[in-house]
Design a protein around this ligand. Structure first.
Ligand code: SAM
Length: 247
């Protein structure tokens, strides 16, 4: 059985997709995608020898060697252009996922890809920034908690595809609380435009936790009389205010 995290990621893969799961480790996601009939075929990419062997084993044990190809290589290098409709990348930092996508884009590996389903462990804002800068529109965002950890899942489609909103609509400043509070682009990139519009308990807990962290930093800075510390304090106070206002 898949973890809740990978199950939710799998649910973002459109029916009938030729799937490429990059950084696949045990190939759990491609195996589940093919077994459930979501993907007729899949590619599991891995750069490291241990996880690559684990992926080969996972596919062989599932008896899916005919449908799932395991390839060793860095990021999207393992793909031929046009080979995949949907790319999943999960369980890495947002900056690593963005770097993999950027290299792949330069190599032309994103041509023809219709869906990116991504699960960054941290650095979600960096990944949202990359998507925004490269013409991918978020169509959904999810946040869940499993085994005491929080995970976000971001799903994006090319800008000209049938997105529910344009990037301009998603990231334009918008007013909350009857126009009293304005949420700007920087905060939207951090918090997530879809998550912010339909916050659940996990989302609220994440940002309460961020506020608590910032307050901790604030009190550790409070004894310093240096001018730089004062500047830092006021930046942190502003950030706390902005988060509190939109929660
Ligand atoms: N995707 C699986 C999941 O979410 O459960 C496995 C996540 S695991 C923590 C991250 C995997 O990404 C590791 O197996 C690592 O070898 C692989 N990885 C890291 N950088 C990579 C890259 N540039 N290209 C391909 N795989 C990479």
């Amino acid at each position: 059985k898949l973890s809740d995290r990978l199950q939710l990621l799998l649910e973002q893969v459109p029916q009938g997709s030729r799937l490429a799961d990059i950084g696949s480790d045990h190939a759990l996601l491609p195996v589940a995608a093919v077994q459930s009939g979501i993907a007729p075929a899949a590619i599991a990419g891995e750069v490291n020898p241990g996880p690559y062997d684990a992926a080969l084993r996972g596919v062989a044990e599932a008896g899916l060697g005919g449908q799932i190809t395991v390839r060793r290589g860095d990021g999207l290098e393992v793909l031929e252009p046009g080979e995949a409709d949907c790319i999943t990348i999960a369980g890495m930092g947002g900056s690593l996922i963005a770097a993999i996508l950027e290299r792949g884009r330069k190599l032309g590996k994103l041509a023809g890809v219709k869906t990116l389903a991504l699960q960054p462990n941290v650095g979600e804002d960096i990944l949202r920034r990359w998507l925004l800068d490269n013409g991918w529109v978020l169509v959904s965002e999810h946040i869940l908690e499993e085994d005491g950890k929080r995970y976000e899942i971001l799903t994006a489609v090319p800008e000209d595809a049938e997105a529910k909103r344009t990037n301009e609509q998603l990231y334009s400043e918008y007013a909350l609380a009857g126009g009293k509070v304005v949420c700007d682009q920087a905060l939207l990139l951090q918090m997530g435009p879809w998550l912010l519009q339909a916050p659940n308990e996990v989302f609220a807990a994440k940002w309460q936790g961020e506020i608590a962290k910032l307050e901790g930093i604030l009190s550790s800075l409070s004894r310093s009389e240096l001018e730089a510390a004062e500047e830092k304090r006021s930046k942190i106070r502003l950030q706390i205010k902005r988060i509190t206002e939109v929660l």
